[in-house]
Design a protein around this ligand. Structure first.
Ligand SMILES: Nc1nc2c(ncn2[C@@H]2O[C@H](COP(=O)(O)OP(=O)(O)OP(=O)(O)O)[C@@H](O)[C@H]2O)c(=O)[nH]1
Ligand SMILES: [Mg+2]
Ligand SMILES: [Zn+2]
Length: 285
């Protein structure tokens, strides 16, 4: 028998494929196994005798976390753990380069919401929406869920910001969540593999939290990965302007005129410097 389905999770060389109401544990045909992106979560596939033999054409592919056929990346943040703004910048750069819209959900607003203004100032011009929410009380989740309707949404962000808690609240699931313990602060993840959950036409991909994101972002054109710079970069004197110290750089001018957020720009310089040093020293990034 052959079936069509969607890969909803994978673990240790096994793929969990949803076909209608059933979930079939599959292996992969040899040629699909050897490629690192041979089969991704989110892929629509054809299977025969529990073997995936064909991956249907992908609409798109998010690099980190690795998921295909994505409609929106949801960066989840909270006051605790304290937001890592470099990490948020990199998530935005990656989804922008992958051509996938991005939004931010600021969770745990039932405890406090002190970072919201900073998040708004930094990111309102580069993400489509910023939702304050609480997975504990449900505050703000109706509007949030409305936005997610009919979309495949990848929840990403630091560990312990409440990605799984949000999935549990929105879908009435009961997946394991973790404490914000010393261990978590050191990078322990509660969720260890990505999985797609689905309800009422919304698909959410819950993913393991990141503590760092080391993508070779220079190779991925860092200077054109900032949606908030793009409005200006066309006016830079040089076509290949890196917006670092070039004369007549329209991005630097926009920062001076407060049209581009200065904190975001200074982190850009730092990310650029680090990416360049790592490349120069030949480190694997
Ligand atoms: N007060 C409050 N606590 C929350 C909220 N959302 C999550 N938490 C708590 O935050 C901790 C971490 O939540 P998780 O849902 O496991 O976080 P995660 O982002 O899935 O973490 P990883 O799977 O490690 O990436 C748990 O103790 C949750 O109870 C919220 O809206 N309010
Ligand atoms: Mg989790
Ligand atoms: Zn420039």
């Amino acid at each position: 028998m052959t079936y069509k389905g969607q890969v909803v999770s994978s673990k240790a060389g096994k793929f969990f494929v949803k076909t209608g109401e059933n979930e079939i544990i599959c292996s992969a045909k040899g040629s699909l196994k050897i490629k690192t992106d041979g089969i991704l979560i989110g892929d629509f596939v054809e299977i025969e005798d529990k073997v995936i033999y064909k991956v249907l054409e992908r609409k798109n592919k998010l690099l980190r976390p690795s998921v295909s056929n994505v409609d929106v990346v949801v960066i989840v943040t909270a006051d605790l753990p304290k937001p890592d703004y470099y990490l948020i910048d990199k998530f935005i750069s990656n989804s922008y380069l992958d051509g996938i819209p991005c939004i931010i959900a600021v969770n745990k607003t039932d405890i406090s919401n002190n970072e919201f203004d900073k998040i708004y100032d930094n990111y309102s011009s580069c993400v489509d929406k910023i939702f304050p929410v609480s997975a504990k009380t449900g505050k703000g989740t109706e509007e949030f869920l409305q936005f997610l309707k009919n979309k495949t949404c990848v929840f990403t962000g630091q560990s312990a910001v409440g990605k799984t808690s949000l999935v549990n609240f929105l879908f009435g699931e009961n997946n394991e969540t973790g404490e914000l313990s010393e261990k978590t602060l050191k990078g322990k993840q509660t969720t260890t593999c990505s999985r797609i959950f689905e309800k009422n036409g919304v698909k959410i991909v819950d993913t393991p939290g990141f503590s760092a994101l080391n993508v070779d972002i220079l190779k991925r054109k860092l200077s054109s990965s900032y949606p908030d710079f793009e409005k200006y970069s066309g006016f830079c004197r040089f076509n290949d302007c890196r917006h670092i110290n070039e004369p007549h750089c329209a991005v630097i001018k926009a920062v001076k005129e407060k049209n581009v957020n200065a904190e975001r720009y200074s982190r850009y310089l730092e990310i650029y410097k680090n990416a360049k040093e790592n490349r120069d020293y030949g480190k694997k990034n």
